[in-house]
Design a protein around this ligand. Structure first.
Ligand code: HEM
Length: 326
């Protein structure tokens, strides 16, 4: 057995047999899922994060400008079928949609390519991210777990937030939307578009609605627990909901490694095309269990940047998937 396959076998053993290795010996992608489970509890069948959601389907129709930035097949002209899951934050499956902790809301898009392959975008309503490394992501959720209501002040979370200014700054960019359809979603991590001539361009995704509507915390607290999924179901009975998929284009020197650092608002935005959400899928609760959206499921013409969170997410989501589909 080659060393690499031995390492892989040991990794699989440690994942499959709980307690087979000490927590701090586990790969970071396992440690982050453990931290999410510790903060939110283990809820069999549900995601470790963004546990509550609704699955829809529709199409993406690219605009010609997209093909000049990337040779990806999703930008080649024809409308492409998509599956889109909207979600609340946290691993708590029955969290009220209006709870503050349900922010940031998530949007996960799976493009179904004509050759049978898939490519995904997994984005949320934070304009930039709360942490820049996987270790900090893990430690944030461990601090949340160690700071229950009534914990002595300053709590572990207070200390983490004081030492990581991006947590408060990024959290200030979200608000509870009146609808999943009236929210803007941001890719946060940088990806590299490669066009037919081989030109490489760093970009960050934005999925923008026709209008953003945020409601006050007092209003959010009065809404029904499932108001976001009920609203979307009702809206889609009346007609489709649309968004524009855009990218913010990096300028020289803009950081691609650090998702806590927004690029200047003056950077160019390119409209890549229109996302049309047509309907909620039949039996959304069952469908979401089988679905795995991966920030690393990329098609030729779209590549990960040097942001280390992308590969970590690509490892952590399957760990969560294997726990919710044992
Ligand atoms: C170190 C960074 C991160 C880690 C470790 C992490 C971890 C996770 C995990 C374990 C899940 C559950 C996956 C599943 O069971 O399928 C998840 C879901 C999700 N995450 Fe992250 N995440 C990170 C950063 C982000 C960022 C930067 C965004 C958005 C910009 C994001 C948006 C989402 C969304 C939308 C979902 C739900 C996906 C779905 O609908 O299936 N996450 N995350």
């Amino acid at each position: 057995m080659k060393p690499r396959s031995l390492a892989t076998a040991l990794f699989m053993l440690a994942v499959v047999i709980p307690g087979a290795a000490r927590a701090d010996d586990q790969p970071l992608e396992v440690q982050v899922v453990d931290a999410l489970n510790k903060a939110f509890g283990v809820h069999p069948g549900f995601r470790a994060n963004h546990a509550k959601g609704i699955v829809t389907e529709g199409t993406f129709k690219p605009l010609p400008a997209a093909a000049s930035l990337s040779k990806a097949a999703i930008f080649s002209g024809a409308a492409i079928p998509i599956t889109v899951r909207f979600s609340d934050s946290t691993g708590i499956p029955n969290l009220p949609d209006g709870a503050d902790a349900a922010n940031p809301h998530g949007m996960a898009i799976k493009f179904h390519l004509s050759d049978g392959n898939e490519t995904d975008m997994v984005i949320n309503s934070l304009k930039f991210f709360v942490v820049a490394t996987g270790e900090d992501f893990r430690d944030l959720f461990l601090a949340i777990a160690d700071s229950p209501p009534g914990a002595a002040k300053p709590t572990k979370l207070d200390a983490f937030v004081a030492a990581h200014p991006a947590v408060a700054a990024a959290s200030a960019t979200v608000g509870t939307p009146d609808s999943y359809a009236d929210e803007a979603y941001f890719g946060v991590n940088a990806f590299i578009f490669v066009n037919k001539a081989g030109k490489r361009q760093a970009v960050r995704y934005q999925v923008l609605p026709n209008r953003v509507v945020h409601i006050s915390p007092a209003d959010a607290a009065k809404r029904a627990p499932d108001f976001l999924s009920s609203d979307l179901t009702q809206r889609l009975k009346r007609g489709p909901v649309t968004f524009h998929l855009k990218v913010q284009v990096a300028g020289t020197g803009d950081p691609t490694r650090d998702p806590t650092k927004p690029w200047p608002d003056t950077r160019g935005i390119v409209d890549l095309g229109v996302i049309t959400i047509a309907r909620v899928v039949t039996n959304s609760d069952e469908a979401q269990k089988q679905l795995l959206f991966l920030p690393t499921a990329l098609t030729d013409g779209i590549e990960a940047s040097d942001d280390p969170l992308i590969a970590l997410r690509g490892g952590a989501y399957p760990v969560s998937f294997s726990r919710r589909n044992p």
